[in-house]
Design a binder for this molecule. Structure first.
Ligand SMILES: NC(=O)c1ccc[n+]([C@@H]2O[C@H](COP(=O)([O-])OP(=O)(O)OC[C@H]3O[C@@H](n4cnc5c(N)ncnc54)[C@H](O)[C@@H]3O)[C@@H](O)[C@H]2O)c1
Length: 284
């Protein structure tokens, strides 16, 4: 069974861009959200993005039109799920909501459909049983911004079949992205574990007074070739998000090293959440 129709659930930061990547790659794509205003905002943003690609000469007007034609938005899961070959769930990061969605998907999608979650912190085994077809479930973890970032981590759970993995990897390649197969469910998968370890070290160095925050960032950029320093990146992601990820990881591993860092907790309790609040490790 070849995958031709993709359903993306959740039209927020991630879902809307994943859906556009799918439509551009030639898939008949439906973007679903319970909030009509999220769907409207997604359509406006994506049409603006396509127009700017055309203006810059990166996409032809015909390609842009075809992508718009292939992308349908819908707030009605019960109809959009019935024709999906692959679902990419990118709804809000709440376990009960995701379990409810996977239960519905198990009832609504055709029996061959593969069901994936884009969750960064919830491994697919948390939702696989609710779907009633755990062999056809895995994580398909995109990075932000999903239209730009090449990596997609494909994380199998203990029940995921080889066929499911192969099909999902195939889709990732057709999206023009680079699939990375993660064989074990582990908090943070691969990329966020590497990033978390670097952030922890940077926070420890700053807390111990080894070097200033700007100097640590400068080192990461000029010695290691990172596009931005760890503190600049944490400010961009949001210090509340960094704190939330650490809490979720610590709850799962119980490893003291994964505990939210004191420096982050201080910033969060003072309301300095990074760029979005105008101050974090830096002022904006
Ligand atoms: N933001 C990131 O940088 C990032 C990166 C990788 C993965 N993720 C993962 O992607 C998922 C979505 O994150 P986001 O940042 O796009 O969130 P977001 O808050 O921007 O969007 C979530 C959307 O889900 C919708 N939603 C809530 N309940 C729903 C339901 N029952 N059915 C359909 N839609 C529903 C909301 O209306 C909202 O539009 C999360 O699982 C997150 O872990 C996020």
């Amino acid at each position: 069974m070849s995958i031709e129709r993709i359903l993306v659930i959740g039209a927020g930061t991630m879902g809307r861009q994943i859906a556009m990547a799918a439509a551009l790659a030639g898939y008949e794509t439906t973007l679903n959200d319970i909030a009509e205003n999220a769907l409207d905002a997604a359509r406006t943003e994506l049409e603006g993005w396509l127009a700017s690609r055309v203006t810059k000469g990166k996409l032809s007007a015909d390609e842009a039109k075809a992508a718009i034609r292939r992308l349908v938005t819908s707030a009605d899961l019960s109809t959009s799920a019935t024709t999906a070959d692959l679902v990419i769930e990118a709804a809000v990061e709440k376990l009960e909501i995701k379990q409810q969605i996977f239960k519905q998907l198990g009832q609504l999608t055709p029996p061959h459909a593969i069901l994936t979650t884009n969750s960064s912190t919830l491994a697919s085994s948390h939702v696989a049983q609710a779907s009633g077809r755990p062999a056809q479930v895995c994580n398909m973890h995109f990075f932000n911004p999903a239209l730009v970032m090449k990596c997609v981590e494909v994380v199998r759970n203990q029940h995921t079949s080889d066929h499911t993995v192969e099909k999902v990897m195939e889709v990732v390649r057709r999206l023009g992205k680079e699939p990375v197969l993660v064989h074990k469910e582990i908090p943070g998968f691969v990329a966020n574990r590497i990033m978390g370890a670097m952030q922890r070290e940077a926070l420890d160095l700053a807390a111990a007074g080894v070097a200033s925050i700007p100097d640590i960032d400068t080192t990461a950029r000029t010695a290691l070739g990172h596009p931005m320093g760890p503190f600049e990146l944490m400010d961009l992601v949001g210090l509340d998000v960094i704190d939330f990820i650490a809490q979720a990881t610590y709850a799962e591993t119980g490893d003291e090293a994964d505990k939210p860092h004191e420096l982050i907790k201080l910033k969060v309790s003072d309301g300095h959440l990074g760029r979005k609040t105008g101050s974090g490790f830096y002022d904006y």
